[in-house]
Design a protein around this ligand. Structure first.
Ligand code: HSE
Length: 433
């Protein structure tokens, strides 16, 4: 057997649903994987916290390590697959141990890559070990590969992604069943859809991890969570979903990275997207990403963003690449060059906005509102007044022409100071995704 035909031996750290999904693909699809990789792919070792748990797969043939970091030192392991999660702790220690030792490292861990991406990429480049993380972003959708390889001829002007299935599922049910956020979240937790602690999903942190990674590849910047403005969907209320529809939009939690004057805007927030846009049609737990390149134009990718099969599919695709001998810098450009361009803060964003105000239904209110907008140089595109709120107030809903986020926020502060404004206004960015 030549070196190329000798098996690639895997050590898997983390045997949750995705870990077992990887075991199943490697076992069930052994023949096709060997044909595509040019050599067999086998599992030799595993690691997880609880040895006795029934995982629905026979793991008795594999060496068991109680300490995952030992996989980096195990000579029977050629490549380590990390599926434990967490930005620090064992996952980070294992990544560093593998890459320093020149051992290929494949992970689904977006928090790890978004937090330590540049450092890990540097280690990988120094030892010429593969560091691959297709499964970290949008589960089964090959968006990392699309950006790193398929679109490498292009300057990317921007990308927009629905990258969190839990949020998209909650927004879909809020719209279809006209239910408040808390009720849908509680139901999603009851049926085991959302985590008991759903913070990472609903507060946009999971989307921020994924967006930081995509921005790094698309624009050659280091993943930078600290300067990534992040808002989740907790404050979305059914009335905004209904007004969005009336105005021709749907509310989606978006990860956005786009070229702007002076740098790249990277941000995560709920936004109103036109009903005609492909992203508006993405419902339930599905993920989707739109990427525009200067020569290819707009491209779109859609599929399952989570779950054992889709996530394991992405993990195994990375393994096949390593078995084939594919290597390139983890973010597509040398780690030393990651850093520029500047990641711009939200205040620099120029866009259009939806604003909903609850106001007292008395003479002069419209004049107060239009004056507040004019004094902050915000121009109105459309404005409507709707019904009677239960407590005697009415809703004024308006959309703006293009303005800076700074000006839109200044107008909101002005509204808050007006006596006729009965509660804190709602504002959503309108994104021509
Ligand atoms: N919790 C994520 C989601 C899946 O709901 O999409 C893993 O990234």
């Amino acid at each position: 057997m030549t070196k190329e035909q000798s098996p690639l031996r895997l050590g898997i750290a983390g045997l949750g649903t995705v870990g077992i999904g990887v075991v199943k693909i490697v076992e069930d699809n052994a023949t096709v994987l060997a044909a595509r990789a040019g050599r067999p792919i086998v599992i030799t070792a595993v690691s997880a916290r609880d040895r006795s748990r029934n995982r629905g797969a026979d793991l008795s043939a594999y060496v068991w390590h109680d300490n995952a970091v030992d996989l980096a030192l195990d000579d029977s392991v050629d490549l380590v697959v990390e599926l434990m999660g967490g930005s620090d702790g064992p996952a980070y220690a294992l990544a560093k141990a593998c890459l320093k030792a020149g051992k290929p490292f494949v992970t689904a861990n977006k928090a790890l890559v978004a937090t330590h991406g540049k450092e890990l990429a540097t280690l990988a480049e120094d030892s010429h070990a593969a560091l691959r993380f297709e499964a970290a972003v949008a589960g089964g959708i090959p968006i990392v590969k699309a950006l790193t390889e398929g679109l490498s001829a292009n300057n990317i002007s921007g990308l927009h992604g629905i990258l969190n299935g839990t949020c998209n599922y909650i927004l879909t049910r809020m719209e279809h069943e006209r239910l408040p956020f808390d009720e849908v979240l509680a139901d999603a937790q009851r049926i085991g859809y959302a985590e008991a602690d759903p913070t990472f999903d609903i507060d946009g942190i999971d989307t921020a991890h994924k967006t930081a990674i995509l921005a790094a590849i698309a624009f050659g910047m280091a993943p930078d969570l600290e300067n990534l403005p992040t808002e989740g969907i907790r404050n979305i209320v059914p009335v905004d979903i209904e007004y969005a529809r009336e105005l021709g939009y749907r509310i989606k939690l978006l990860g956005v990275a786009r070229q702007a004057d002076g740098g790249v805007e990277v941000r995560v927030h709920p936004a109103m997207v036109p009903l005609s846009s492909p992203l508006a049609k993405v419902m339930d737990a599905t993920n989707a990403v739109m990427v525009t390149g200067d020569h290819v134009g707009p491209t779109g990718y859609e599929g399952a963003g989570a779950g054992a099969g889709p996530t394991a599919s992405a993990v195994v695709a990375d393994i096949v690449d390593v078995a084939r001998g594919v290597w390139y810098p983890p973010f597509g450009v040398p780690a030393a060059t990651l850093g520029a361009p500047a990641q711009l803060g939200a205040d620099n964003h120029i866009g259009t906005y939806y604003i909903r105000l609850k106001v007292a239904d008395v003479p002069g209110v419209m004049a107060d509102i239009t004056r507040a907008l004019a004094e902050n140089t915000v121009s109105i595109e459309s404005m409507l007044q709707r019904g009677h709120a239960d407590d005697g107030g009415v809703y004024i809903v308006l959309t703006t022409h293009e303005t800076t986020e700074e000006a839109a926020n200044a107008a909101l502060n002005h509204f808050n100071a007006l006596e006729c404004v009965l509660e804190s206004p709602a504002m959503l960015r309108i994104e021509a995704a």
